[in-house]
Structure formats: C-alpha cells, structure tokens
Design a protein around this ligand. Structure first.
Ligand code: PMP
Length: 360
C-alpha cells in the first residue's frame, strides 16, 4: 500500500494513525460487539465518544465556559444561512467583509433573511488580500459582522482579528479551525466544517457565546435552532456519529502532537518552505499580498499556463496528488492542513525546482 502526499483542499488528508485506529475498531468498537456506526447515538458508547470530543475540543481551543460547542450536520454552507435565522431580527442589518469565494457564498445564503450589507470587499482587485480595516463601512446596529477567517480558494487569511466594537464578530473557520491557537473570546461565533483539519465531511462545529443564542426567528426549524441544539448537547436529532468519532480521534492526535501551539509551529514551518520558494522564482507565483497569505491553502500559478497539465502529471507520478487549483481561479493549490507532513511540502518544492529546470 502506498499513500500519496495528498494536497486536497477538502475532504483532505488525515493522520494515518487515525485511519488505522478507525480501521482496527471498525467491526467491534472497544468490546461493544458492534461497530460505532451501528450503535445508537443515545447509547453509552457513543455518548462517551461525543462527550469526549467536546471536552477535547474545548481544551485544545481553550474555549471559554460561556460558549456553547455544537456538532451539527449540514456543512458550513448550511450554517451560513442559519446564522441569519438564529441571530438577526427582522429588518436588522448584518455586515459582510468579502475576501474570497466563501465570503460571497455566505452572503448569498443570508440574502433571503437579512438586510445584508457588504461592509468591505477585495473582489475588485481579484481577492488578493484583506481590505484595510479603516475602510470598512460597518452598520452600528448590525446583528453581527461576518468574515471568512481563511479563504480556501483564494488563499487569503486574516492573520489578525479585526475589531468590531459592540457588534459580535462571526467567522467562518472551515479551512483553519484547530490549526493554531485562537482567542475565542474575541468572537461571538465561529463555525467550520470538519473535512479539512479535523475529520471526514459530515459534521460542522459551531462555537457560540451563550448570551447570543435563544433568539431564533419563529420560522427556524427546530434542528436548526442553535439554542435547541445546545440544550440537547447537539442531539436534538441524530448527529453524524461516525464523523464525530473520527474527529475525536483527530483531537487526540493533535493533543499527542503537543496541541495547537505545536500545530501552529508545524503549519508555519510548512507554509514558509513553500512561500520562501515562491519568493525565489518568477517561474511560479502566488498573487496574494504577503501579510494576508494563508498558512493552510497556498494557491500558485505557472507563468506559462500551457505547462499546467505537464506539472500536474509529473506531480502525480511522484506521489503528489490533488494539486489542481479550484476551477474558478485555475493554476495550482497546495492545501497543507494539520495532517500534511513537512516531508510532503519539501517534496513538492523539490519537484517545483526540478520542473523549472526542465521546462524553464
Ligand atoms: N467555507 C469555507 C471557507 C470552505 O472552504 C468551504 C468548503 N470548502 C465551505 C465554507 C463550505 O463547506 P461545505 O461544503 O461543508 O458546506
């Protein structure tokens, strides 16, 4: 069996030890005589798995006690719509700062429910950075300000937390959750799908300050009301049990690596290997402003796009897969989430050098 270096943007590479443990436990979950996928979500075995996942995520991310942690299905796209239903009163504005594709998606999701205002956008410049905070036009009575902490397609990441005064800051952390320590208290809510840094697709984590929930619009379906899910430990209805179980294994793996500080050091090191190389060559380039570059998703292009296919083919032959950029931007993208080893990034840079020599 060979496992490639998998640069997929998501669902993405997971630690091999986690996959092996899941494999070992698949038929008989810790003596239960059945697989975890065959056990009731209200039985002792799964209840323990779910409780442990929450305790571990709270510890890893230093989540304050006055925040609820929810494990929900529906993906980040669903939460993007639900935040309007859960937090905005009829006619109340909500501010959106657009720094890439996913911010635009978030805005589109809430348009039917809220007076959404684009407070700032870097779209005119091709989403190559974050609009300066001084230029944001925020509404004083907004329900929240929404940002995308890391834009998975454009490779633009907030490296600092913007100040929004009394209006709570909401952030989509789908592609950077659990990749580095975070000051949760600066946010009203963060959310993120599991399928990049934390596990398989199917569960979305929502971390929200307790005092903000409990005001959902009456049209909100019960399973989408954060207060109802919080009061029911995310088990108002059947949660995605297998995904939560795997996420729990990944949390244990992160703990064993030394927690989020160690994860950040590892992620910074990997990103530096790639960005440093991109600085030394004009054969490849990354279009994003230096201070706003993502540690998780590194888009890069060949100046001569006619070489794209040859580059991808050669990468595949060397055991490096899923490097093709998103169809909306083209070029390449290396997603280097928690579980990508540094050896994968070093191998990629070695290959980039080799390719430049043979095709430059
Ligand atoms: N936000 C961001 C930043 C993402 O990267 C993605 C998925 N790539 C989404 C939202 C949408 O997530 P999902 O497909 O799970 O709804």
């Amino acid at each position: 069996m060979t496992r490639a270096y998998n640069f997929s943007a998501g669902p993405a590479t997971l630690p091999e030890s986690v996959l092996r443990q899941a494999c070992d436990e698949m038929l008989d979950f810790r003596g239960a005589g059945a697989s975890i996928v065959e056990l009731s979500h209200r039985g002792a075995e799964f209840m323990e798995v779910a409780a442990e996942a929450e305790v571990d995520l709270r510890a890893l991310m230093s989540i304050p006690d006055d925040y609820a942690v929810l494990f929900l299905s529906g993906g980040a796209t669903t939460q993007q719509a639900l935040i309007a239903l859960n937090f905005a009163q009829p006619g109340q504005p909500a501010d959106y700062v657009l720094t890439g594709h996913w911010g635009k998606t978030a805005l589109k999701q809430v348009k039917p429910y809220v007076a959404a205002n684009v407070a700032a956008s870097s779209e005119a410049g091709g989403f190559r950075g974050i609009p300066p905070r001084a230029e944001w036009r925020l509404s004083p009575d907004a329900a929240y300000v929404h940002i995308t902490a890391n834009e998975t397609i454009h490779g633009v990441e907030f490296r600092d937390i913007p100040e929004t005064g009394d209006v709570p800051l909401f952030a989509d952390f789908s592609s950077s959750i659990a990749s580095e320590p975070l000051d949760i208290a600066r946010y009203g809510l963060i959310y993120g799908g599991a399928q990049k840094n934390v596990g398989p697709a199917g569960v979305t984590m929502v971390v929200v300050r307790d005092d903000l929930i409990g005001q959902a619009l009456p049209i909100t379906p019960s399973a989408f009301d954060y207060k109802i899910q919080a009061d029911n430990d995310s088990m108002f209805n059947t949660p995605p049990t297998y995904t939560i179980y795997i996420a729990g294994l990944v949390f244990n793996w992160i703990k064993a690596q030394g927690g989020l500080k160690a994860m950040e050091a590892h992620n910074r090191k990997k990103a530096a290997v790639l960005y440093d190389h991109l600085e030394t060559t004009s054969f490849f380039y990354n279009p994003v402003a230096r201070d706003d570059r993502s540690l998780m998703n590194v888009p890069f292009k060949l100046r001569d796009e006619s070489l794209d296919e040859a580059f991808l083919k050669g990468a595949q032959a060397r055991g490096m897969v899923q490097l093709k950029g998103h169809r909306s931007v083209g070029g390449m993208r290396a997603s280097i989430y928690n579980a990508m080893p540094i050896e994968g990034v070093v191998a990629l840079v070695e290959y980039m050098k080799e390719f430049e020599v043979s095709h430059g």
